[in-house]
Design a protein around this ligand. Structure first.
Ligand SMILES: O=C(O)CCC(=O)C(=O)O
Ligand SMILES: [Fe+2]
Length: 379
């Protein structure tokens, strides 16, 4: 029985993908928010949402920890900078993910973002579709779902909305980029304000990370050219899930970005990173701290010294969760170069085109291990 018969799937996302024979295919996948609304019965969980391996890590069988916390105010003060830089380097090498506090983004800016995101997902499906432009592509833009590559693969328990915030394309309409929702009316304005602040934070961190590795402070930042560097915003919505032991919010992956800045709200304790071979649930404070994670492109630029973490999101019973990720990338048409860190001159990564890297990432994802980065490895 197909899921459409098994459940009353009245609402679907249309997803395009290139199949294993290189052919462009389009398929329909259920809108999770609408499935969750139907109040699925526990022992009748839709098969398409059963993750493989079947048991995702639940609270009982994995570790849990607070990631390192980096204080941006300490990075700015002479007396405290040196120690905080050392803590930053350790966090980026060992965890690949860290919280930042005193980042300077006003609560009001963050609250506005949370409000418009909740406002968008609070609309009916019909209103969402009517208010968000369509963007038919295979690179995960628009309102829909990530990593769909076949008709029968396990699906993530998530709905998401991805937009390009920079560079601003003067010809958005013809390039199909008019995907910003028109409702809530201040959606774009609120998110763009946050993105502007995010860029400043991430530029500062790129300099701090370089200095923390005893490199020239612009060693990474100079590869992010301000006018052409790219910021994609992905809003993730994870509805409550009746079977958190079977379904997964986002399957394991690394981010194909330089840096990712993540704001989560709704509930916490859902994001997990693989650390020392264990899935570790990140205990994040329920405040306005932001989470930074190293993406594949920065791992390549740092010649493998910084670690782009393998991460996933688990689902939660009766609790919804939102996150907003800003993916910060060097210009799509540029090439990134690894900078050798430390005494050992051995290069493990090579120069790669950003667009080539990202399109290969989407071509081969999802994968069961950190495979995409092999594209940039010197073998
Ligand atoms: O929701 C989260 O905590 C993480 C989201 C994520 O990994 C992503 O959007 O790439
Ligand atoms: Fe991610």
């Amino acid at each position: 029985m197909s899921i459409n018969e098994e459940y009353n799937v009245t609402h679907s996302h249309e997803v395009s993908f290139i199949d294993e024979n290189g052919e462009l295919k389009t398929t329909k996948v259920p809108v999770v928010q609408e499935l969750a609304r139907q109040g699925l019965i526990n022992d009748h969980f839709p098969k398409r949402f059963i993750a493989l391996p079947p048991r995702t890590c639940t609270v009982d069988d994995c570790r849990s920890a607070t990631p390192p916390v980096i204080d941006i105010a300490k990075l700015k003060r002479d007396g405290t900078r040196e120690l905080e830089l050392r803590r930053l380097a350790d966090a980026a090498k060992e965890w690949g993910v860290f919280l930042i506090e005193n980042h300077g983004v006003d609560d009001m800016v963050l609250d506005d973002v949370k409000d418009v995101v909740k406002g968008f997902f609070g609309l009916s499906f019909e209103e969402k579709k009517a208010n968000v432009g369509s963007y038919k592509s295979v690179d995960n833009m628009g309102y829909g779902k990530n990593f769909v590559k076949s008709e029968d693969q396990p699906l993530d328990w998530i709905d998401r909305l991805t937009m390009k915030a920079a560079p601003v394309d003067p010809d958005e309409a013809t390039n199909g980029l008019l995907i910003w929702p028109k409702k809530p009316t201040n959606f774009r304005q609120a998110v763009e304000k946050y993105v502007e602040k995010s860029r400043k934070i991430l530029d500062g961190l790129l300099q701090d990370l370089a200095e923390s590795l005893s490199l020239d402070k612009n060693a990474f930042l100079q590869q992010f050219e301000p006018k052409e560097s790219e910021i994609k915003v992905r809003v993730n919505y994870y509805p409550p899930c009746p079977r958190p032991d079977l379904a997964i919010g986002i399957m394991p992956h690394t981010d194909p970005s330089g840096l990712t800045l993540l704001l989560e709200f709704g509930t916490t304790s859902a994001l997990q990173v693989q650390k020392d071979k264990f899935w570790t649930t990140l205990q994040l404070p329920n405040d306005n701290s932001l989470l930074v994670n190293i993406g594949d492109l920065l791992e390549i630029m740092s010649n493998g010294i910084l670690n782009s973490p393998w991460h996933q999101v688990r689902t939660q019973l009766e609790m919804e969760r939102f996150s907003l990720a800003c993916f910060y990338n060097p210009p799509a048409k540029s090439e990134i170069r690894p900078v050798v860190v430390g005494d050992s001159p051995e290069k493990i990564y090579k120069k790669v085109g950003v667009e080539d890297y990202v399109s290969n990432y989407y071509k081969i994802s999802p994968t069961t291990s950190k495979e995409a980065i092999m594209y940039a490895k010197i073998i």
